[in-house]
Design a protein around this ligand. Structure first.
Ligand code: ADP
Ligand code: MG
Length: 417
């Protein structure tokens, strides 16, 4: 029995080595979400290369029966990668196994089809599980595999009974190997996630500090200048000079507005929560955004009703403004921006949708990350960050649906008061 464990070791070694390479590439991609394509591609490559190596260098059990650990990377690929990865692995593995010929082909097709279907179905739930349940699920699939393997070998191919006595020890070895691999994949993903998360919060912190210093360093001089200009204006009788002072005051208030726009994120939570009427707030926002919409020949469509929510007026308006501004900017050659409300039990559902350029999955995932922009010099990449903060502070929820070339829908759920 001991020798079987020893002989299976090289197989485990192939899987572990491939996993090491997988980690190397995963670290390079700064992912905060393991639902993304790059992660799936990496997990697919890891699984396929391991399977390839395991099938190429199997363990000989009897003269015509070979054995390997291919099901382990196969299960991992399906569970972590989802249906597309599972099916690709299934076809590629069967295709590769065909090259070797022998009785095992039928068994491979049966067992792997079962595993592929099960892991694809379980994948979505699997990704949300805690590690203990993940271990349990992956190991259950190993048991399933072994049982199907045993049955098909016994009844379909009528292989000599000699190998059944190795069934339990092999199963044990597989379970241990599976446990180790799942544990390692989890450790790799978690460490990587934490690293990226820390980098992300550091960026956020820098922005907050920056904003806070702008608030003090720039706002105060603006206010003082404003005050003195008002004084001058009162004493001035010359029409021409009054005109200049008015112009200067206008520009000052514009500058103040810009500073205010980017200040919200300096504060972690609204300072004074007040009762606000969502309809009124949206109307105010629309009034502000209308000139920009006209300039881009964007038509604004509204369907609103009164709804009381709790928040801070300036923040809520800025949040709505940022979303609406992005929507208009996504339709440079005109279009329709629709802002609609719906009642949903104890919540008000606000949808803001455009028929603009839309976003890729990667872009959606990065939405709200400080400085993330696709607008080069024109964008600040701060707008969505403010949006997420404000919605969170108001205990709301925000959802983004977007398709490249079709448009974007933001759905925000505010608790009604
Ligand atoms: P900025 O507008 O300064 O680029 P934001 O944080 O407001 O920064 O938005 C970040 C990015 O998200 C934008 O550059 C854009 O690529 C994308 N985005 C946001 N809203 C939309 C939308 N409605 N349609 C298409 N892309 C959008
Ligand atoms: Mg913006």
């Amino acid at each position: 029995m001991k020798s079987i464990y020893m002989e299976l070791l090289p197989n485990l070694f192939y899987i572990l080595t491939t996993l090491l390479v997988f980690q190397f590439f995963l670290v390079k991609k700064q992912m905060l979400n393991y639902d993304e394509k790059p992660f799936k591609i990496l997990i697919f490559l890891f699984a396929f290369i391991s399977i390839f190596l395991c099938i190429t260098f199997p363990v000989k059990i009897t003269d015509n029966y070979f054995y390997d650990l291919r099901e382990i990377p196969f299960i991992i690929g399906g569970l972590y990668g989802g249906p597309v990865v599972a099916i690709s692995l299934l076809f590629l593995t069967i295709g590769y196994r065909l090259l070797f010929g022998g009785l095992g082909i039928g068994i491979t097709i049966i067992t792997l089809s079962f595993l592929g279907i099960f892991s694809a179905i379980l994948s979505k739930r699997f990704m949300e599980m805690r590690i203990r349940n993940k271990l349990f699920t992956a190991c259950s699939l190993v048991v399933l595999y072994s049982v199907i393997l045993l049955i098909s070998c016994q009844y379909i191919y009528e292989l000599p009974n000699t190998w059944t006595f190795v069934f339990i020890p092999i199963l044990l070895a597989e379970l241990i190997a599976m446990g180790v691999i799942v544990y390692l994949v989890e450790a790799i993903c978690n460490t990587n996630y934490l690293r990226n998360r820390i980098a992300y919060s550091e960026k956020l912190e820098i922005v907050s500090h920056l904003a806070a210093s702008i608030s003090h360093e720039v706002r105060n001089p603006l206010t003082t200048t404003n005050g003195f200009l008002q004084l001058l204006k009162e004493q001035e009788t010359d029409l021409k000079k009054t005109q200049y002072i008015n112009l200067a005051l206008d520009e000052l208030s514009r500058a103040e507005g810009i500073v205010r726009d980017y200040l919200t994120y300096a504060k972690p939570a609204p300072e004074k929560l007040e009762l606000l009427d969502l309809e009124e707030q949206i109307d105010k926002t629309v009034a502000i955004i209308q000139p920009l919409a006209n300039m881009n020949s964007v038509e604004i469509e509204l369907a609103l009703f009164q709804a009381a929510v709790k928040g801070e007026e300036a923040q809520l308006q800025q949040c709505l403004l940022n979303i609406a501004k992005n929507a208009i900017e996504s339709m440079p050659s005109g279009g329709k921006l629709s802002i609609k409300m719906k009642r949903h039990n104890t919540h008000a559902l606000l949808t803001i949708s455009d028929k603009g350029c839309g976003m890729t999955k990667e872009q959606i995932a990065r939405l709200g990350e400080p400085y993330f922009t696709t607008k080069d010099q024109k964008g600040t990449g701060l707008g969505m960050m403010v949006v997420f903060r404000v919605v969170e502070a108001m205990k709301g929820k925000i959802k983004v649906d977007s398709e490249v070339g079709k448009g974007t829908i933001f759905t925000i759920e505010f608790p009604l008061v």
